[in-house]
Design a protein around this ligand. Sequence first.
Ligand code: SAH
Length: 568
Amino acid sequence: MTACAIIVLGQNSVILALQIKTVLLNATIYGLAERTSNVDVSFTNFGETLRELFAKGTPIIGICAAGILIRTLAPIISDKRQEPPVLAVAEDGSAVVPLLGGLQGVNDLARQIAAVLEVKAAITTTGDIRFHTALLAPPPGYHLANPDDAKKFISDLLAGATVKLEGTAPWLINSKLPFDGNAKLTIRITEYEVPLTPDCLVYHPATLAIGISNAAKISLEDAISCIQQMLTDARLSIFSIAGVFALDEEAAESVIEEIADALSVPVRWFNSQSEKNAVAIALTATGASGKLLLQQESGINLAVAVSDEVIDINTIGKARGQLFIVGTGPGAANWMSPEVKQILSQATDLVGYSFYLDLAGTLREGQRRHEFDNREELARAEMALDLAAEGRIVAVVSSGDPGIYAMAAAVFEVLDCNFQPKWQSIKIHVAPGISAIQAAAARIGAPIGHDFCVISLSDILKPWSIIERRIIAAAEADFAIAFYNPASKQRTSQLASAREILLRYRSPQTIVVLARNVGRVGESIVVRTLADLSPQEVDMRTLVLIGSSKTRTVPHPGGVWVYTPRTY
Ligand code: SAH
């Protein structure tokens, strides 16, 4: 199921939301702005947010009255088959009420939540209560071929009809369906295409594996038409395909993922030591009971094998590793982008400097944290890539923006200079954050309203002579300048030297802003001039902003605004 949204309208409900999140690990907590804190996403417009989530098919758990959810969603409820699960949970956790999304498993979701809250889910679906199973919403691994016939089928059962089972369906063993070998109604489990009739519900089990090799020689269109043809010839249902399987050395061949997308199934990767042909790959995926059904001869490297049992895709091969390089913003959660919050909640592994990982928030269950010292960037980038190559979802965490004096460049440097073939398969995504310069500027007004540049004063990774040349050039060109890394416990002389250079080109009255711990506990923002800038006031948690010759102050009752006009 796609990740759920838990909607909270008041701070009291946040604890309940966190409790629900312990069983729905990927859930995102949406909190009403100004009424809630420490949530994943803040929203201001309840109706819009809810309708948007619903339209995107996100399962919705509202910690609020059922009536509010019903009234808000009523105008857009139209298609029972498409609607995501929607359920209401009482603020005190005493009731869990499934409202919509019966076909998408709302009752199971309600039972799951009710179990953590130690209450009984308020299930109202008659068939579900009577038979202890939802024939319309089979578990993952089974596809109901004729849902249109199900309504009449279920009402016949409720009216007293019996049913026989053809094929194996472990999920029905504990149900209370009235089984009878001579029944007129049938539940049939088969990977074959069969004629659909109202007295037989047909479920296609996910027992087929498609193996692909030599993907470079395959086009999407050829592959899909070839798979369709193979299945049609054998009368097999496309809905029984469990997944597409290939070797991870081919993961960069985007056609493999495109084929899987077109079939709406996942891809799982085997490591490259495995045999390199499609037949062997399909047979590995189907395990001990696997039988080769079909193999395409005409030059395309595709094979289909069938297993006796539903293929549990999560236990075979590995998912494509993902490496997210995220920036958490300067500090406070409300300056972290929703995208980054989402990635942090999904990641299996967080990699970063311990101080930044602390800022990123608490871990959820099962998440691993890999801390390192601020200076071991390249080694850690390598480790993050190795973790992702194992199929894990890795988030490399920087403060501010990950592309500004942070981990993104380290990852690409390692990829460029130290490339290892196993990294080929990794999907890399950089998620931006608010950088210290933007946060500092926003606090004091608009000091970078016109041309500006940023310079790091750290001479650990680059020689001071280059830094010096850049300061001179920026001073001459009259840029506003932001100095990142102006000082540390070991580096104390750089800012004094920078000030000396600047004074050769700029007036002593040039405005300077010292922004320390912006967005974090202990924030301080002070305005100075170049003449009275004292390096003692500056440490590694400070950003130093030097105004251009145009930068000015505007007084306000508590102090001054600093801005650089856009007009000359
Ligand atoms: N990627 C980060 C920058 C990392 S370099 C970003 O985009 O913000 C580290 C330097 O950034 C620090 O020495 C300091 O100069 C500045 N910095 C980072 N966070 C800051 C904050 N919250 N307040 C003030 N300066 C900050």
